[in-house]
Ligand binder design. Structure first.
Ligand SMILES: Cc1ncc(C[n+]2csc(CCOP(=O)(O)OP(=O)(O)O)c2C)c(N)n1
Ligand SMILES: [Mg+2]
Length: 596
């Protein structure tokens, strides 16, 4: 009999005949060299855990199993792992609420092209469609946000479903897949008729077109005000070294999205920093005035490609996903291939630049000087300064996870990433609660880098239960909660654009608050609810501290970095802190606000 693949350690002939679906499941994931299952349990998925349990007690090979306190914890942790490792693990949960709890991490993976395999238990096949206990049609629910969603009703289908899911999650534009396995498929026996049915699959093709690329590069080499615009495609393909070579060859400035920060370090002459709503003055002005924008592995997202973006430019879009090209911006050159394939070709075959770009670089240096100055407050912690200190004390070399909000943007602006895979943040979906579990997932990559969470007080509370997972597994996470007692980002929008109608953004509000509260400039209320420093009593082994004054920042960061176990610091910042610059929603680059 043939082996499953060339390098496997399990040969089919070595496997007992008549294996159960659960046995086939574990044999297959062993063969796929899946390192971890991040999961939660419940009725429909239990047969799979029983099989793993039996094997562990027989000292047989299985992936390591890490249990999370709620399913989204497992899902976002898988994202943190996969962004760093570039390969998927399995997220396993039960049917019904277990499955629906995974919808947010699945959508997050889809938005940020993260490969991950989600496995849900399902009710027995004879109960499908009967509104059985804990039955939801999860393949139908997630089909628009997965690359593949398969319902498996029979033990025979499990192996091929897993193999297909693994390949598809990693092929073309990477992303999430879901396999929904009926309980009787786990328990049933294989009768040797492998089949896949009920699958909903989206195909991605690579249409590398040399002629279009040659013509485009000819024009790019002549452009007088070129910029390269890069996104997560650069990171996912590990193409950032190629990108640096390419940018140098054409002496072209590079603007980055949130997903590609660090591809070109901030101190490199060619780095424009971040583009878009909270991007740098030089990046946005360059995008407005450019005569040629070359987008690589990037979406023309409305938060980045704002009004005026590229209005005077020829635009080229290189992307592995054809459906992204011409979706938001009509482009002049469509190049449907991977960032890596394009860059390799362009570096080796593209014509050289003929004219120098000194005027363009000088203009960019002038714009650089117009970036906002930091708040000079001496009595309170200025969040941007805190993040700058953290960046300096870690030399920009740590893995940083964030939630979503002001703290996320301050991190993007002031942590000087030198490696794009070090920044774990929810870009496309903007999922609060992503940070803590993503940082946990990063730990399981066994990276020797420090893993640091910079979270918001709002975001942290969305998945705070995973502190249980942290202390249980003795994960030495360094956690800084940037605490303003606010859902700060919407607060900033209301204050700036809605005449201060912002009451719903205050975590410290109660019904006795003044009815006309429209600013946090005067309210200094600090309820400390929850009182983060008391979490050391709730979670054994967790060390906690609070800082409120600027002079406490550096000693605290040093202490945390020197500590061996998990450490949580409540960083109480000046409440009325703003992300600047900001291009107001729907407005253009000239409307950018740099002072508030
Ligand atoms: C799951 C989810 N719900 C709501 C939002 C909308 N939202 C964006 S930022 C934000 C507030 C974030 O608060 P916090 O984590 O404290 O960060 P801060 O802005 O204060 O730094 C909200 C409610 C979101 N992005 N994700
Ligand atoms: Mg906050």
């Amino acid at each position: 009999m043939m082996s499953i693949n060339e390098n496997n350690n399990i040969k089919k002939k070595d496997l007992p005949k008549n294996r159960s679906g659960a046995e086939i499941f574990v044999d297959t994931i062993n063969d796929l060299k899946i390192d971890y299952i991040f999961g939660h349990t419940g009725g429909a998925i239990m047969p799979m855990y029983v099989e793993i349990n039996k094997r562990i007690s027989r000292h047989e090979k299985t992936p390591e199993v890490i249990m999370f306190r709620q399913e989204p914890g497992a899902g976002h942790a898988a994202e943190g792992y996969s962004k760093i490792k570039g390969k998927p693990l399995l997220v396993c949960a039960t049917s019904g609420p277990g499955a629906t709890n995974l919808v947010t991490p699945i959508a997050d993976c889809f938005a940020d092209s993260i490969p991950a395999i989600f496995v849900t238990g399902q009710v027995s096949s004879n109960y499908l469609g009967t509104n059985a206990f804990q039955e939801v049609p999860i393949t139908k629910i997630v089909s628009p946000i997965t690359k593949l969603a398969i319902l498996v009703k029979n033990a025979n289908e499990i192996e091929s479903a897993l193999r297909k899911a693994y390949d598809i999650s990693l092929s073309g534009r990477k992303g999430p897949v879901l396999i929904d396995i009926c309980k009787d498929a786990f328990n049933g026996k294989n009768n040797e008729e492998p089949l896949i049915n009920s699958s909903i699959e989206k195909k991605i093709e690579d249409k590398f077109d040399k002629k279009v690329i040659d013509e485009m590069l000819k024009q790019f080499a002549k452009a007088k005000k070129p910029i390269i615009y890069i996104g997560g495609g650069i990171k996912i393909d590990d193409s950032y070294e190629l990108l640096k070579t390419f940018a140098k060859k054409y002496d072209s400035p590079v603007g980055m999205t949130l997903m590609s920060l660090g591809s070109i370090p901030r101190d490199n002459k060619l780095s424009l920093g971040m583009l878009g709503m909270h991007g740098t003055i030089e990046a946005n002005n360059a995008a407005k005035n450019s005569d040629f924008i070359l987008g690589i592995g990037v979406r023309f997202d409305d938060r980045v490609a704002v009004k005026d973006f590229g209005n005077h430019a020829k635009i080229c879009h290189v992307d592995i996903d054809a459906s992204e090209i011409n979706k938001i911006r009509k482009v002049d050159y469509e190049i449907n291939t991977s960032a890596k394939r394009f860059l390799e070709y362009a570096i080796n075959n593209g014509p050289s630049r003929t004219e120098d770009l000194n005027d363009w670089h000088n203009q960019i240096s002038e714009w650089k000087k117009m970036n906002p100055k930091l708040d000079e407050e001496k009595d309170e912690i200025i969040p941007q300064i805190f993040i700058k200190e953290l960046s300096n004390l870690t030399s920009g070399k740590s893995i940083i996870a964030t939630g979503v909000g002001q703290h996320q943007m301050w991190t993007a602006q002031y942590y000087n990433f030198i490696n794009p895979t070090d920044f774990l943040t929810s870009g496309g979906l903007g999922t609060m609660g992503y940070g803590l579990p993503a940082a946990i997932g990063a730990y399981f990559t066994k990276s020797n880098k420090e893993i640091i969470l910079i979270d918001g007080d709002g975001s942290f509370q969305m998945n705070m239960q995973e502190l249980g997972t942290v202390v249980q597994n003795k994960i030495p996470l360094k956690m800084f909660v940037i605490n303003n007692g606010l859902w700060g980002l919407p607060m900033q929008w209301h204050e700036m654009f809605d005449e201060g109608n912002l009451f719903e953004c205050c975590l410290e509000r109660d019904l006795t608050c003044p009815k006309n509260c429209s600013s946090f400039k005067t309210c200094k209320k600090r309820n400390n609810n929850p009182d983060l420093i008391n979490l050391d009593k709730v979670y054994p082994g967790l060390k906690t501290a609070r800082i409120t004054r600027p002079e406490e920042m550096i000693p605290m960061i040093k202490e945390v970095l020197a500590h061996k176990g998990p450490y949580l610091v409540d960083v109480q910042i000046k409440k009325e802190s703003y992300i600047l610059p900001i291009i107001p929603p729907g407005k253009g680059i000239d409307d950018i606000i740099t002072e508030y």
